[in-house]
Design a protein around this ligand. Structure first.
Ligand SMILES: Cc1cc2nc3c(=O)[nH]c(=O)nc-3n(C[C@H](O)[C@H](O)[C@H](O)COP(=O)(O)O)c2cc1C
Length: 166
């Protein structure tokens, strides 16, 4: 087994990809080898020592591609350290964060034997100009907290160095 970490992400408008890239950059800064791929481009988990799976919440559900990845690789994901992240809440209201976390947990309930080394929810991005009515009338926002994202990556880096012989 190599010591490469896979960051597999689902996205519709790119904000989750940017978070995946930031996590990847941080892990590389910490001396780890990282591959970044959209979930649909992954055909095997064999080469990877750790898997990070990320996707946004849309209409109360974790992105379809993330759920599909979880189902497809459920068995392998139990055998390697795996971490999960999601993007969703656009405002700092506790209800919105609780709802988003429940939506993520509902997706993870379908994979009860998976014991992620970390699960994290990040704020999401709304770019109304890219959306259809009525969402194109909403206010643009970016609730991503980059310092929390870097902290998450640092937690993964620590776990990776524990699990992986570099
Ligand atoms: C049409 C629409 C529906 C959304 N539904 C939810 C939702 O149910 N729960 C939530 O927490 N965030 C929701 N969001 C926020 C997205 O998760 C957020 O915009 C995220 O950053 C999108 O990721 P992407 O740019 O990678 O596609 C929604 C956003 C849009 C545009």
């Amino acid at each position: 087994m190599t010591s490469t970490i896979l960051i597999a992400y689902a996205t519709r408008y790119g904000s989750t990809q940017e978070v995946a890239e930031a996590i990847g950059d941080r892990l590389r800064e910490r001396g780890l080898a990282v591959e970044l791929k959209p979930t649909f481009e992954v055909s095997t988990l064999k080469p990877y020592s750790m898997i990070v799976l990320g996707g946004p919440i849309y209409m109360d559900r974790w992105h379809h591609d993330a759920r599909r990845f979880l189902k497809r690789y459920y068995t392998t994901l139990q055998e390697k350290p795996a971490a999960i992240f999601a993007l969703g809440p656009l405002h700092q209201t506790p209800e919105e964060w609780q709802d988003a976390r429940q939506q993520l947990d509902r997706a993870l309930e379908k994979a009860p034997l998976l014991k992620p080394i970390a699960i994290e929810m990040f704020g999401g991005v709304l770019s109304p100009t890219r959306l259809h009515f009525p969402f194109n009338h909403l206010k643009a926002s970016d609730a991503r907290n980059w310092s929390n994202i870097i902290d998450f990556a640092d937690t993964l880096a620590e776990q990776a160095t524990e699990h992986v012989v570099i």
